[in-house]
Design a protein around this ligand. Structure first.
Ligand code: BGC
Ligand code: BGC
Length: 464
């Protein structure tokens, strides 16, 4: 491990959230339903039968939450805009009341010296668009670009970084392939048109944003380095297939390389000019990282060309995800090696972990595992920078314990504990740790994660 990692001057320190996971106020000020409202209200979809109707009530408590960010000293807040607040029917003119919320939030951030970083789409498709096919329907890409234009017309002068889509791979695979996320479709590889239409929507939205703003524009993907388990050719082929699906499908076409072999949607889906639109240059690549994936050859008769398996020998989060900080270094260096000069600068737009954090008898919330997690992952980022990867920022997922999709309120990712019943916010010890790290980095002193004498990285197995 590096002894005193420092980060480049101007490195962006941030926190991330998304609209449906924190805002609540589901029926307020004319907001329409999204696919997540529909899905969460269906019996059996969410482990604790909860919904995002109230979530963290961020819609009403944003000022308190911005004050928490100011207390952390972050330079940026990544939030997402709820499309169903801006266009409740999924098309047509913008709802002024919907835009007003993001206007207030943006100004509150700027007043505190925090850069607003806006994601346009974090999975909450207006339900009326799902009713006409959702992302299986090519029209949705055009609707998305119109929505991007409406948001940028209002916020384009103040948002400092735009992100079109969040994790289109997860949205396609969980939402349309496996059905564990909204809209709950189970199409397996028949979901591939969803990839193309999201990519097309992304490219069209980049052009729409460029017409309204000079701020940089990004796409955020989820990446997972593949660990091939087994040493047969079939295992290696399975690893390559998984890598193409998870790591390349939404990056190769955007960076001008076209679709990976075997994943190109047919000519009935891809029209002339689409690949050019999709490859409209971006300024930043957003990288979300949680864990590597173990892959081996599938059983005979499997509908998938790979099988996933647990990676043994690592600590685990409350989500049972392996803690492998070095996987972040590996993936950053791997992106640079794969894409070379075609790769734009990177911002880590999500990194974080869930643990069962609860207040102790004194009301304090101690989360040494999260501190160790963040410490390890920041060291991995620093190591990648040392290897020449251009990483400009790091956003912790998440500011708050929020509504974790199909896991409802059972997974806590926050630097700040939220009591679901009272909405009381309690900064955890990781909040103080991150605050001190940012402060040291600003002073230009020793800017090392983990130098404050707090709980240190535990044994990271073979990972770090
Ligand atoms: C993956 C994460 C991903 C998450 C989406 C997990 O299975 O390991 O990387 O972010 O699913 O909820
Ligand atoms: C998503 C977040 C989610 C996090 C943890 C990412 O896949 O973008 O919305 O909460 O992972 O699962």
């Amino acid at each position: 491990m590096t002894s005193t990692p420092t980060f480049p001057a101007g490195f962006r320190w941030g926190v991330s959230t998304s609209a449906y996971q924190v805002e609540g106020a589901a029926g307020t000020d004319g907001r329409g339903p999204s696919v997540w409202d529909t899905f969460a209200h269906q019996t059996g979809r969410i482990v604790d039968d909860s919904t995002g109707d109230v979530a963290c009530d961020h819609y009403h408590r944003y000022a308190e939450d911005v004050a928490l960010m100011a207390g952390l000293g972050v330079s940026a807040y990544r939030f997402s805009v709820a499309w169903p607040r801006i266009q409740p029917p999924g098309s047509g003119p913008a709802s002024p009341r919907g835009l007003d919320f993001y206007d207030r939030l943006t100004d509150a951030l700027l007043t505190r010296g925090i850069d607003p970083v806006a994601t346009l789409y974090h999975w909450d498709l207006p339900q009326p668009l799902e009713d006409t096919g959702g992302w299986l329907n090519r029209d949705t890409a055009h609707r998305f670009a119109e929505y991007a234009d409406l948001v940028a017309a209002r916020l384009g002068d103040r948002v400092r970084l735009w992100i079109t889509l969040n994790e289109p791979f997860v949205h396609m695979s969980f939402g349309y392939g496996l059905g564990t996320h909204a809209p709950g479709r189970q199409l397996l590889f028949d979901a591939v048109p969803v990839a193309h239409h999201q990519l097309l929507g992304h490219g069209l939205a980049v052009a729409a944003l460029r017409a309204r703003t000079t701020s940089p524009v990004a796409l955020t993907n989820n990446y997972s380095p593949v660990r091939v388990l087994g040493d047969t050719d079939a295992d290696r082929a399975a690893g390559a297939a998984y890598d193409a699906l998870h790591n390349r499908l939404f990056t190769d076409p955007v960076l001008g390389l076209g679709y990976p072999p075997d994943l190109e949607p047919g000519p009935e889906v891809v029209r002339d000019g689409d690949l050019t639109t999709i490859a409209t240059p971006i300024d930043v690549l957003g990288v979300n990282y949680y864990n590597p994936t173990g892959v081996h050859a599938p059983e005979e008769g499997s509908p998938l060309p790979f099988a996933q398996a647990d990676l043994d020998g690592y600590p685990r989060t409350a989500f049972d995800w392996p803690v492998v900080p070095d996987g972040l270094r590996e993936l950053l260096v791997g992106l640079r090696d794969r894409y070379g000069d075609a790769l734009p600068p990177i911002e880590i737009t999500e990194s974080g972990c869930a643990y069962d954090d609860e207040p102790d008898a004194d009301g304090r919330v101690h989360d040494p595992e999260r501190i160790a997690y963040l410490d390890g992952h920041l060291r991995a980022v620093r190591a990648a920078i040392d290897e020449g990867v251009d990483v400009r920022g790091y956003f912790v997922w998440s500011l708050l314990d929020n509504w974790e999709w199909a896991e409802g309120f059972t997974k806590r990712f926050g630097l700040v504990h939220v009591d679901v019943d009272t909405q009381a916010r309690t900064p955890k010890s990781s909040y103080a740790w991150y605050r001190d790290l940012i402060a040291r980095s600003r002073e230009g002193g020793p800017r090392a994660p983990g130098l404050d004498g707090g709980p240190r990285a535990f044994g990271f197995g073979g990972g770090g």
